[in-house]
Write a protein that binds this ligand. Structure first.
Ligand code: NDP
Ligand code: 8X3
Length: 251
């Protein structure tokens, strides 16, 4: 049986990936901070697909807690075939001179440092087994910069660089590395960006059909299910109504 480890599995893209990989018969290691939600997701998938799950309640920003949670997994659960580095967020949408320092720290610590902390541990497990596939969730924001996106865009540009760097460093070990870079996906992302302001979050998707989380999960599954000799380096997936980060056709 294959194993996938998914960070940020309590909502949005991570939850959709958990569902799709469970449907494919994977057992799952699910990581996120909201314990009740995480347990609900795990229970739902166990019941629906008769798979095994492990839930790790951890904040990817806190290295010692994360490391403890991962390292205390039983040995047979450390045979991870697919790591989906998905946990991430945006906080605020302000010009650089008005940015909030704590928001900047949160984005950098989660999107860049958290991704690194998880990767360091799990890539070592993959090196021991001489196989594995790491999926890094980047963004259109890692391919270009849009107004007021400054620090969030910088973190996703860092993910793009790390994705390329990982592919080089892990090549000798037979580990595949893929970046999946979405445009606008309607998840909890905008609610989190605007700190719970549901009205403002909803407006982001007014007058267009955004991607849904399952569109991205399917793209990830496509990358993971290629034959052994094929690697998808990266994929940029946009709603049909979004040409660039900021150029959007609304009805
Ligand atoms: P959601 O807000 O719906 O999901 C984010 C997930 O990340 C949640 O499960 C959350 O769980 C988890 N998470 C956040 N911070 C932490 C943390 N410190 N430690 C552990 N888990 C954490 O958003 P999306 O599904 O949209 O976002 C998933 C990824 O996709 C992110 O990396 C985002 O940047 C990227 N992305 C999103 C796009 C979009 O338009 N939605 C477009 C391009 C990229 P919990 O709160 O329980 O910890
Ligand atoms: C999130 C999508 O368009 O807000 O990465 O940058 S966007």
């Amino acid at each position: 049986m294959k194993t996938a480890l998914i960070t940020g599995a309590t909502s949005g893209i991570g939850e959709a990936c958990a569902d799709l990989f469970a449907a494919q018969g994977y057992r799952l290691i699910l990581v996120a901070r909201r314990e009740n939600l995480l347990k609900e997701v795990a229970k739902r998938l166990e019941d629906k697909y008769a798979i095994e799950t492990k839930t790790l309640v951890a904040d990817v920003r806190i290295h010692d807690d994360l490391s403890y949670a991962l390292e205390t997994l039983p040995a047979q659960w450390k045979q991870v075939d697919v790591l989906i580095n998905n946990a991430g967020l945006s906080q605020g949408l302000d010009p650089i001179d008005k940015g909030n320092i704590s928001d900047w720290d949160t984005m950098i610590d989660t999107n860049v440092k958290g991704l690194l902390y998880v990767t360091k541990i799990v890539s070592n497990w993959m090196i021991s087994q001489k196989s594995g596939h790491i999926i890094n969730i980047g963004s259109i924001a890692g391919q270009e910069v849009y107004p007021n996106g400054n620090v969030y865009c910088a973190t996703k540009h860092a993910v793009d660089a790390l994705n390329k760097g990982m592919r080089i460093d892990l090549l000798p070990h037979g580990i595949k590395v893929t970046a999946i870079n979405p445009g606008m996906v309607e998840t909890e992302f905008s609610k989190v960006r605007f700190k719970g302001d549901e009205g403002r979050a909803k407006k982001v998707y007014d007058g267009l059909e955004p991607l849904v989380a399952n569109d991205i999960a399917e793209a990830i599954w496509f990358a993971v299910s290629r034959p052994a000799h094929v690697n998808i380096n990266d994929m940029l997936i946009m709603p049909a109504a979004q040409a660039t980060g900021a150029i959007i056709k609304r009805n």
